[in-house]
Design a protein around this ligand. Structure first.
Ligand code: PMP
Length: 409
């Protein structure tokens, strides 16, 4: 089997985590992991999740039966309302269908599988997915697994460490009519750079003119800005514009339910007399795909999220927890920027506070990244991406001084 099944390269992120664990220096900092940490660098169970957990444990009716193929109905309907808004015409007009998935990854996969099977643009060249360069590395693998060709559109400007808007729009405009365009709804991973609302409007305009098909990946709603509406704005704008589109929704970050694999896939069709029939056809095929892939989705995370999403009091507590997480990260961005500016670290550092969400693309080069690891026990991916959640009031001074040292070298 040597030729048929060669040794695969190690996942770079997992290699980094292993190296961090082996490091015995007390000053070591983990900026690789894409999971929230509190000010003591510890995983944080959201208080609202603890409350929901208690309710579940005290429920004498709870059992371990299978969920339906499309998931827990209270969870999928609440997920629709969360992403589209409670009064969404798309929901009222029955233009939306939702299927519970294995977190965001499973939702991207189900969407990919659905497109591979059923997306039939009149121009066969358009049967390709355009992803941002760079994007969450798993996008390439997930679409590759279902043999959908993956192409890139420019996204990040190395000069400004912000959005390469002209490059992005140019590539979307240049893609064959009817192409699938994958968009990060907010808190772009890995760059932390999002389009402004004006830029989103332009992206929608160009995509509409070219009859492109939007696929939104939303893994950070409420986690980025602290406002669920603000972080969901782009998706809602596209829905309002009448697009037929897909959404992959993850609850890993905004509920801290990483290991529970709670997520949802949504199909929304355009307004029109055939909408309800289209949704019924699509829903029936999604159920068959889901059946062959996982039979039925896992219950625990969906039960927790469902309790919170369907109860006004718990929902308000959740919003407070979201502000705790996003607020701490936004504060760390401010402190890091001001420390680097005070130290006179060469370069500009406004991008640290301009970027949003879990990650920041620092602009540190691979050589500097290696020096930070070897000399200062600071671990980050080779592309200079740091997880802001790895910084806290106790290590940020050491981190800023270490960056200053390698940049000045
Ligand atoms: N999409 C993006 C852009 C992400 O950053 C993530 C989380 N790393 C995901 C999807 C999905 O993660 P999960 O499967 O844990 O929900």
């Amino acid at each position: 089997t040597n030729d048929v099944c060669p040794q695969a390269p190690e996942d770079p992120l997992f290699g980094l985590m292993a190296a961090y664990r082996r490091d015995t220096d007390p000053k070591k900092i983990d900026l690789g992991i894409g999971a929230y940490r509190d000010d003591n660098a510890k995983p944080w169970v959201l208080p609202v999740v603890k409350q929901a957990d208690k309710l579940l444990h005290n429920d004498p009716e709870l059992n371990h039966e299978y969920l339906p193929i499309a998931g827990l109905p209270d969870f999928t309907s609440a997920s629709q309302k969360l992403i589209l808004g409670k009064k969404s015409p798309a929901i009222q007009e029955k233009r939306a269908v939702a299927v519970q998935t294995i977190s965001g990854t499973g939702a991207v996969h189900l969407g990919a599988l659905f497109l591979a099977r059923f997306y039939n643009p009149s121009n066969s060249d358009a049967k390709a997915v355009y992803v941002s360069t760079p994007t969450w590395a798993n996008h390439n693998q997930i679409f590759g697994n279902v043999k959908l060709p993956v192409k890139g559109y420019p996204y990040f400007s190395k000069q400004t460490k912000g959005l390469d808007f002209d490059g992005m729009i140019g590539a979307i405009e240049g893609a064959p009519e009817g192409s699938i365009i994958l968009l990060h709804a907010c808190a772009h991973n890995p760059t932390g750079v999002d389009p402004t609302q004006e830029q989103w409007k332009k992206i929608a305009e160009v995509m509409k003119a070219k009859h492109h098909f939007p696929f939104f990946d939303t893994a950070y709603q409420g986690f980025a800005s602290g406002s669920l509406e603000k972080d969901g704005w782009a998706i809602n704008y596209f829905v309002e514009q009448g697009f037929e589109l897909l959404i992959a929704q993850s609850y890993a970050k905004n509920f801290g339910l990483y290991g529970e694999r709670a997520g949802c896939f949504h199909f929304i069709t355009s307004p029109g007399s055939h909408a309800a029939e289209t949704v019924s056809r699509v829903g029936s095929q999604l159920a068959i795909l889901q059946r062959s892939e996982i039979s039925n989705p896992p219950a625990y995370g969906a039960r927790i999220a469902s309790l919170v999403l369907n109860d006004d009091k718990l929902f308000a507590q959740w919003e407070e927890d979201l502000r705790t997480m996003s607020g701490r990260i936004i504060e760390m961005r401010k402190v890091l920027r001001s420390k680097l500016e005070e130290l006179g670290t060469p370069g500009t550092w406004n991008h640290i506070t301009d970027q949003i969400g879990m990650f920041s693309f620092t602009g540190l080069n691979p050589d500097q990244v290696n020096k930070l690891r070897e000399k200062f026990h600071i671990y980050m991916t080779q592309n200079g991406r740091i997880s802001m959640a790895g910084l806290n009031t106790k290590n940020i001074d050491y981190f800023a001084k270490s960056v200053d040292s390698v940049v000045k070298e």
